[in-house]
Design a protein around this ligand. Sequence first.
Ligand SMILES: NC(=O)c1ccc[n+]([C@@H]2O[C@H](COP(=O)([O-])OP(=O)(O)OC[C@H]3O[C@@H](n4cnc5c(N)ncnc54)[C@H](O)[C@@H]3O)[C@@H](O)[C@H]2O)c1
Length: 336
Amino acid sequence: MAQIKNILVTGGAGRLGNYVCPYLKELGYNVAATDIVAPNRESANVKAKIPFIKADLLDCGELVKAIAFAQADLVIHLGAITGSTELQRPFEERELGPAPSGRSSMWRMEEDTCMKVNTMGTYYVLDACRRMDVKYCIGASSYYAYGQAGQIGGRPITIKSLPITEDHPMEPGDTYSMSKYFGEEMMKAFCRSYDMRCIAMRLMGVFYHDAPFAKFVYKFPVGCPTKNKNGYLDGGFEEHVDSRDIARFIGLAIEKFDELPNAFEAFHVWSCTHFDCETAVAYGAKYPAYGDMVKGIKGYDGLFSIEKARKLLGYEPLYDWKKGTVDYTNEEYEKK
Ligand SMILES: NC(=O)c1ccc[n+]([C@@H]2O[C@H](COP(=O)([O-])OP(=O)(O)OC[C@H]3O[C@@H](n4cnc5c(N)ncnc54)[C@H](O)[C@@H]3O)[C@@H](O)[C@H]2O)c1
């Protein structure tokens, strides 16, 4: 078992950080959080008395200080700009128009912000780990890195096989998906060059069970769908990961870090589909372009396989609505 006692979590004031830090503290680790903004007083991290160190991901020196303060053996890198920042519509009257795919962004930031913060931020996190001799890093990547989330150019991504496994080719196309892809490549390079061990969590869209907005974004259970616009994967689909399952996944990954076959490993982290029917039936109807390939998806599993996490980490999602462990109803949600 890896000798990990002290953990620093970047993006610690963010949504996921407020599940991950208290969970790991409960498991007995010493956990500190860092972020560019101070944590909200009502947040789970403040309630759990998680120490906080302010640091900008774009400042390697601040990250080195945060690692020193936490005396970290492991850095969990969650901090990021969580969506593409290009193709924005800055002002109503100065309409840029959407990308050929119809894609636009709701963000109001400089268009290179996502690329800068996520790519250089990940580099500085890894470089601070190297300088401080931190050997373990777990980073939040995304299923977006496959390029599935509505490509800017409007072209479908190549699906080689279903379910998608971690060795499936990646075709990122926007700043967010590219930054996650480059983040993984940097982790691999640091493993190669500096004897680090890194895990990339390819997270599905995250369901925050106690955040009302999540219940608008993720509606379930749903029946078997009909064909989508194009008949192939071009954006949203009906599955997610629960933030509490991500925290559980991290707990398992820490225990197994040294037993993993490779210094760098990527894992899909997933909880459930939203369908009340078997997944192959649902996606067979929704994505006829994939023909018999959908038959590779077993039972209620998802488009993105978690067999690797099952086999190497003993991960099994707990927060699947079909298991009765998720309260997905609320009054506002019911009205929609
Ligand atoms: N939410 C999802 O559906 C989803 C899906 C897949 C992957 N992810 C990834 O999971 C991670 C956590 O996501 P989240 O939902 O908690 O997002 P979040 O926006 O709530 O948290 C991200 C945190 O990063 C911090 N941050 C941004 N720029 C920074 C900078 N320059 N320096 C320091 N901190 C900075 C923000 O202040 C924020 O607190 C992210 O890496 C995200 O890309 C999220």
